[in-house]
Ligand binder design. Sequence first.
Ligand SMILES: Cc1cc2nc3c(=O)[nH]c(=O)nc-3n(C[C@H](O)[C@H](O)[C@H](O)COP(=O)(O)OP(=O)(O)OC[C@H]3O[C@@H](n4cnc5c(N)ncnc54)[C@H](O)[C@@H]3O)c2cc1C
Length: 388
Amino acid sequence: MNFPNTRDQALESLREFSSRAGRYSRDRNHVVPGHGNVSCLSAAIRHRLLTEWEVAAAPLAKYAPSTVEKFTQEVYWRTYWKGWLSLRPQVWTNYLEGIEDHPDAEMIRQGKGPVAVMNDFARELVETGYLHNHARMWFSAYWVHVARLPWELGAKFFQDHLLDFDPAANTLSWRWVAGLQTPGKTYLPRRSNIEKYLASELLDATGLELLENPTALVPRNVERPEVTRASLPEVEIPKAGKVLWIHEEDLNPESSPLGDYRPSKIVVTGEFGGKSKLQKEWLGKALNDVAARAEKHYGASVERVDDLIAWAEGNGGTEVLALRPEVGPLYDRLNSLNEAGVELSLVLRPEDRYLRSFAKSGFFGFWKKLQSRMASGEFPLYGQRELF
Ligand SMILES: Cc1cc2nc3c(=O)[nH]c(=O)nc-3n(C[C@H](O)[C@H](O)[C@H](O)COP(=O)(O)OP(=O)(O)OC[C@H]3O[C@@H](n4cnc5c(N)ncnc54)[C@H](O)[C@@H]3O)c2cc1C
């Protein structure tokens, strides 16, 4: 399996995938060995080695927008989830507060439960850091509705292993499966669906009888979370002088409004605590890549920092400019930076600000607005850069 962790490799994978993107809408739900029906670009997109708008634009060099619409739509699901959570950060905090271990969970996490394919998915997740979307849906639905384990604990299992772990896509997908995201709707793992979409060489029927007729665990009194952070501050970007902080939430500052900035120095950080070995390896290489690119692009010295808070404590009073980390573990640490006396200015990419405003309600309203802006050429805001 190849989950690119440098920008050049990610561009190469995008180029390769774009040539076969015409088959995506037909084949994407079929889970096959090697996952050749999907792009496997999620880790690169999640950490912004590639932006969503670059990825969405790439197949259009070969295909009509209608041919690759499903792919474009999937790419923007991430942006939608991210915008939705950014408007309602309390949903992330509630998830963290709801994580509590359960005596039956370890058996499922270790792949020792009664349903063989679910055991295979648990092992694949741990051994590769990836699961196909359909497998994520089956596994999470099995966890919630069949094993009857708390959804937060399942989401944490994914958080601890996915190379593409994304606070918004993960938390909100698990909430959706559990019937919390769209009131009245749950997702169930059905034997017939698994037999239809899982390749025969991956299909071990042991225990599938448990999925013949599963019963949904329907949550009561589901409330739609309120928008609690409608707007984010605008920051005027100076021309030069501050420290540029590059972090794992956006590994492509060159393509952002900070691309023309002239920093006094660059600090590159990654959060390694609590990550699996594979997650650490992936991130370490991606950080090396951005450090090398940034040194060349900005012509400033680069410091790699593993302990962000220790760095902040030693650099109180320093003026730091960075792209804004969205809701999630790094965002949760910003207070410690402020407390350590670092003077932080956070810049939101204009595309993120623009699309966030569309994420106030459901995905299809978001998608309609975005589609019309794409058709009129209003989005992407910077126009489509030639990639290849
Ligand atoms: C329970 C559950 C948990 C999930 N957790 C995560 C997570 O932590 N991180 C994450 O990136 N995705 C998550 N997803 C969404 C989705 O499964 C992955 O983005 C996708 O499987 C990644 O594989 P790919 O790059 O081959 O996708 P492709 O099918 O090639 O899709 C292209 C890109 O579109 C985006 N995308 C596709 N499907 C979705 C989706 N349903 N939601 C949001 N974006 C999507 C991704 O950026 C992906 O790389 C989760 C889905 C479920 C059901």
